[in-house]
Design a protein around this ligand. Sequence first.
Ligand code: PRX
Length: 648
Amino acid sequence: MSDLHNRKVYQPNPEFAKNANIKSMDEYHALQNKAIENYEGFWGDYAKEKLDWIEPFTNTLDESNFPFVKWFDGGKLNVSVQCIDRHLKRRGEKTAILFEGDRGDVQKITYNELSRSVNKFANLLKEDLNVKKGDRVVIYMPMIPEAAYAMLACARIGAIHSIVFGGFSSAALKDRIEDADAKIVITADGAYRKTKPYMLKPVVDAAITEGSPIEKVLVVERNNEEVTWVEGRDVSYTKLIKDKSDVCAPEVMDSEDPLFLLYTSGSTGKPKGVQHNSAGYILWAQMTMEWVFDVKETDVFWCTADIGWITGHTYIVYGPLAMGATTLMFEGVITYPDAGRPWKMVQDHKINQFYTAPTAIRVLHKMGENEPSKYDMSSLKVLGTVGEPIDPPAWKWYYEEVGSSKCAIVDTYWQTETGGHIVSPLPGATPIKPACATLPLPGIMGEILDPETGQKVGAGESGYMCITRPWPSMIRGVWGDPERFVKSYFGDVKKDGKAVYFTGDGATYDKDEYITITGRTDDVINVSGHRMGTAEVEAAILKHKNVAEVAVVGRKHTIKGECIFAYVVLKSGEETGEKKEINAFIKQEIGSIAICDDMVFTSGLPKTRSGKIMRRILRSIAKGEAITQDISTLEDPSIVAKISEMVK
Ligand code: PRX
């Protein structure tokens, strides 16, 4: 614990602070106090100032049906207007999307060009695919500009997009299509990875089986490899886009009309369709760009995430474009052709803010410790990290070698459900400490609470990371399952007798009330910054015909943060104790991200007499820890020694 309290403090760079959007801790506290004193006034003022309304809202926050809340009720707007149209007069010829392809091909798309492409795309969706307001459109795309056009085109006509990460398998894609009852899939033939073409369309083909709600598949041609074509269902983007008008009137949307769904793992086997609505989401996406990344008019911002994750939604597309920034979109692999690729890109494009995940930092550090020094990275001002706790050595390398000890590191803590950052340093104001998310952002009532008493925990104590008041970009529902929404997020912690939002993460305060996130308290594993539900992986493995039982836990991993460790019990008489085979099966069911690093084939699992698997014991065995729990109450205590022996 003393480590936590005695971490070195790094003050903001004074030169940077002079022109920062939030310049000092006094400013931070003034903003946070304003929000505490007049919560609705704080948010209402920003919503009026930052958003372009078609009609003004009449009520800032309606909590009467908590946790089903409404922000900016009565207001009308369109998110694509916020991201495009309102910039055209002043920034029409400014680069909106700076695209670098896998093979180094570069495209600069101005706001004027973005407007034309999105309007055409929107007309295509309406005219050729009969997409209407409220329809669900699944986007299964590589990292190419058309993916962003597709998102914004949906927003323009009021369709709800649901992006499925391109690494998910056809089975996972099928589940998400069916849960959302989507009628359209937008995909590409494929794209390029390490200069070689790879394919997406065949995955979509396999996901659309008898009874699928999908009516049409729109195929964007990226690598022009041959694909099979289903007549009447599949349509070519290149052919249809040609004669579309570049004018499409934006649909007038209510503040609380849904903008998108994004499926994420929870503690049950079935992923949750997290729903975000229009006004609140876009407001916070934009404000965090200004506050946390401190993006200025001429800056070039690069977030390395994939658009298939929330980070890609908020900080490649919606946030940067809402504030009129230049956002870099990268198709390739950051370690290819070598670990200098991102630093070369920083040099070539004069990147000012660079935002990535600790896993990427660890890989880049390991593969190319001295690579940053080979490039001119003097343009960098702010470095960001997200997705998992960062370890101090990775943080130090990032700070010293990548940022030349002059850039603030914003360790941004948030989740799919929060829409945008919730706990993070402000680069011109907050003294930072390695591997620490520091303080709740202004307007976010983030507190670490004791789950039993609902009281705020003291310095050095652990508790649950909660948000005690609804905030504008908060999740609005789990698609099709309002009960699950309430139970998943508002069931565990009560403050003053009232349910509060619980993130699922544990956290501690240090002596300065800085927040350090310690990781999930539920059965969710964080693999390379991606959330994997243990139940989801177990459900996939259980589908294998030879598997009788399975339990999955997380184990520490030097690069991935955590990796998946599976204990598999085969059906009697089955011999297939093959990790490779089970992993190939997982790849088919979910995708490569769920592949297990460790797999032990055992004759049984440690269970209580009522049949509950004791995962705590399995976690300890996976970590190589001594078993200190009482195992005498287990159905078969001898199994613990047997499994431990196998893992050694
Ligand atoms: O456990 C936390 C971890 O990632 C989870 C959210 O995952 P996801 O919804 O996929 O969104 C990832 C990108 C926002 C959280 O519950 N997490 C995220 N950021 C951090 C983090 N853990 C520690 N430090 C962070 N900065």
